[in-house]
Design a protein around this ligand. Structure first.
Ligand code: ATP
Length: 727
């Protein structure tokens, strides 16, 4: 129950309305004194005037209850599907491990028990003898003899005789029963029954014979010595941070009032909600994460202090994990095996330290990923591109300027692709940027020309993106190791100005720029880019400068320090801009082999949707993109496999919808001219045009008209590819 108390900064029990003598206040300042004669005398300031509102009268039950915050009914891990899956998976993994551990040791256990069974038999016989002879009563009887208390001794001896008789009878009967049972089992029962009974007896005797300090069965798991998080430990750690505000508050008895909720289990760790002393902020604690970890006696990767965004800045949530974040097995990417994505919806990107899923919404944003080499930058980029690939409407332009082929799976789906640090690849990447910039202008014109009721916010919406004829589909340009392009002596300047323009204007137009770099300095990452990008992901970096280049100015000062990650923290970084607060995120890890399979799936989906274009569709993209088209590939793209024969005029209309600036003029011709235009255009490729049966959409009537078959187009492409290969 939370009690609402009057504001009382010093914790003074007598507190009510505080009084400040006004002589301690300055007289009111005014440039022009309207009544100089009426100015208050010195004495007038001596009159104490209350400056604090009087303490409110006792709050009614309703008033005090309304201020209370409700705790979630279900624990956080039950509310998140991923966290729940993680818990179930952990239980399954744990018990299968325990089972397998003991199963492979069964022969060892059996041998040990057999060896220890004679000793067990000895212990059993000795124990039975002591029980029958009432050995426990011996000291009492000896005491009676010592005291020469004949009456007492006789009483005890009589009692013992009766007890021995009864116990001996029970023992003989039990021994007889077991012997008869065993004999019957051996003579008349099934062999397995006898073997089982024999094994049971040997096993039982073996257990009895085991020394106390060496049990037969060892533990399958060793419990890590995770200390329960208590208020004492938290206060001890906070007090060791060297923050004057905390130390002063502690001397005034702040400690017991520091916790706003009980310390609880939250996912695979403990959570403490703390109200820091006045003037101390959660960021002050985050800045000293290393010292906090020392105070808590836990590895750094377990200690995660965070602010609470809808609370005051002194509210701290301290989450202390059982395991270092980099030791936890990362969950599989939810789209790895099945499913499609939409860039208009948040994409699964990774998990936070508590195992909760982290989503990234790329639409209307741009993203910058940075890290020192080998920390997981390419993995972080690959996940986003895989999600984009699974959105069949998205056009992908992928450049990997390191030359290792880390993004090679995207060759199958990207409209433009290149790998290498050489001048040619950099120039080709620049051409891609030019194309995006040009398309930006076209998109802006299309949007400006749309009626207000269709496009009220002057930005691309899912509905507009779905209209093929508008060509406002999501356009994703990704450049890995972008420093190679921006620092290029010949292409760098142009690339910079284009990238800045794309970042500034592309958001609303469905254009997304994703950049990754391992050298975040002024030359390699233009300030115009780093200052304007919306989403930032920073894995381990070496210094404050790189940290702030990626995460934004003053991030280091505000406690976002990617320098504190260790070299083992691969794939773990600060994600800024994807949610109101910065999030510690470990990206889902999908390697190149797995990405290859996902891209196969994405390609099949794109083929079915007719959106496989450019590089992936085998079109030549040597010339400036968007200025030349591959007619054969475009024709194939507009004829689905379900339609083996199509009239020429229908193909032309569809081509114009696919690329209005390329084939728009054809569509403006009359029906006869349209058909003749396509026949002429297809002639060089050897695609035969003949009479084909089709149905007129307008009248619903069937007719024979000039047209082509899909198989002929496919055969021409195959022939062309074959001759290219033999060149
Ligand atoms: N989310 C992750 N979880 C676990 N391991 C990861 C994760 N991301 C990356 N790694 C590991 O880190 C290694 C390096 O990743 P990656 O190739 O993405 O680094 P990079 O920063 O791009 O390196 P370079 O700068 O050399 O290209 C990978 O081989 C992988 O084993």
């Amino acid at each position: 129950m939370t009690h609402v108390e009057p504001f009382n900064p010093d914790g003074d029990p007598e507190h009510g309305a505080d009084v400040i003598p006004l002589h301690k206040l300055k007289p009111p300042v005014s440039d022009v004194d309207p009544m100089p004669d009426m100015a208050p005398t010195e004495d007038a300031y001596e009159v104490p005037v209350p400056v604090d509102a009087p303490a409110p009268a006792r709050l009614s039950w309703r008033e005090s209850v309304r201020g209370e915050k409700r705790q979630p009914i279900l624990p956080a891990w039950l509310l998140s599907r991923d966290a729940l899956k993680e818990q179930v998976r952990w239980v399954w993994d744990h018990y299968t491990h325990v089972f397998a551990f003991h199963a492979v040791r069964v022969p060892v256990y059996a041998g040990t028990l057999a060896l220890r069974s004679p000793q067990g038999a000895g212990r059993l016989i000795g124990g039975a003898f002591r029980w029958v002879t009432d050995a426990d009563g011996r000291p009492v009887r000896a005491n009676a003899i010592q005291r020469a208390d004949a009456a007492e001794y006789l009483k005890l001896a009589k009692h013992r005789d009766g007890r021995i008789r009864l116990r001996a009878t029970i023992l003989i009967a039990a021994t007889l029963a077991v012997s008869i049972l065993m004999t019957a089992l051996i003579l008349a029962g099934p062999t397995w029954g006898a073997v089982l009974a024999f094994a049971g007896i040997i096993g039982g005797l073996g257990f009895l014979g085991a020394p106390n300090d060496r049990p037969v069965v060892g533990p399958a798991v060793v419990k890590p010595q995770v200390q329960k998080l208590s208020s004492h430990i938290v206060l001890r750690a906070l007090g060791a941070l060297g923050i004057a505000g905390i130390n002063q508050a502690m001397t005034k008895g702040w400690g017991p009032r520091a916790f706003v909720a009980p310390i609880t289990r939250d996912g695979p760790g403990w959570r403490a909600d703390v109200d820091l002393p006045y003037g101390v902020t959660a960021v002050d604690i985050m800045e000293r994460r290393d010292r906090l970890a020392s105070g808590l006696r836990r590895p750094m990767g377990c200690v995660w202090p965070e602010p609470v965004h809808d609370e005051h800045t002194g509210r701290l949530v301290l989450w202390v994990g059982d395991q270092d974040m980099n030791q936890v097995t990362p969950p599989a990417w939810p789209l790895a095996r099945s499913g499609a994505a939409s860039l208009f919806k948040p994409l699964p990107y990774g998990t936070d330290q508590r195992g909760r899923q982290i989503l990234v919404n790329l639409m209307y944003a741009n993203m910058l990923i940075g890290a020192m080499p080998g920390m997981g930058k390419t993995f972080a980029l690959r996940i986003l591109l895989l999600a984009a690939a699974l959105d069949v409407t998205a056009e992908l332009l992928v450049w990997e300027l390191k030359g290792t082929g880390d993004l090679s799976p995207f060759e199958k789906v990207a409209a433009d692709y290149g790998s290498g640090p050489d001048d040619e690849t950099c120039e080709a990447a620049l051409r891609s940027l030019r194309y995006v910039y040009k398309d930006l202008e076209r998109r802006a014109k299309v949007i400006a020309g749309l009626p207000k009721n269709v496009c009220p916010e002057n930005k691309v919406t899912p509905e507009l993106a779905a209209k093929k004829s508008l060509r406002l589909h999501p356009l994703v340009l990704a450049i890995d190791e972008c420093q190679e392009l921006f620092a290029h002596e010949k292409f760098g300047k142009e690339a910079e100005s284009l990238a800045v323009a794309v970042i500034k204007r592309g958001r609303a137009l469905g254009v997304i720029l994703v950049l990754a770099t391992q050298r975040p300095d002024k030359e390699s990452l233009p300030t115009g880019v780093s200052a304007n990008v919306g989403i930032r992901f920073c894995l381990k970096v070496m210094g404050q400068l790189e940290n702030d280049m990626i995460l934004g100015t003053s991030s280091y000062k505000n406690g976002l320090r990617a320098t504190t990650f260790t070299l083992k923290d691969k794939g773990i970084g600060y994600l800024v801009g994807a949610a109101p607060d910065a999030q510690i995120t470990r990206t889902y890890a999908v390697d190149n082999d797995a990405a290859d399979k996902i891209c196969d799936r994405a390609r099949a989906a794109r083929e079915a949707a007719g959106t496989l274009t450019g590089y992936a569709a085998g079109q030549t993209t040597d010339t400036d993109r968007g200025l030349s088209y591959d007619l054969l590939a475009d024709v194939l793209a507009v004829i689905p496999p379900s339609e083996p024969k199509v009239w020429n005029e229908v193909v032309v209309d569809r081509l114009a919808e696919l690329r209005p600036d390329g084939y728009g003029t054809w569509a403006a011709l009359d029906v006869k001219a349209k058909s003749a235009q396509l026949t002429t255009a297809l002639k060089p490729y050897g695609v035969p045009v003949g009479q084909v049966w089709g149905t007129d959409d307008a009248t619903g009537k069937g007719a024979n008209r000039r047209g082509i078959t899909r198989d002929d187009v496919t055969a021409s492409i195959t022939k062309r590819e074959g001759s290219r290969g033999s060149d």
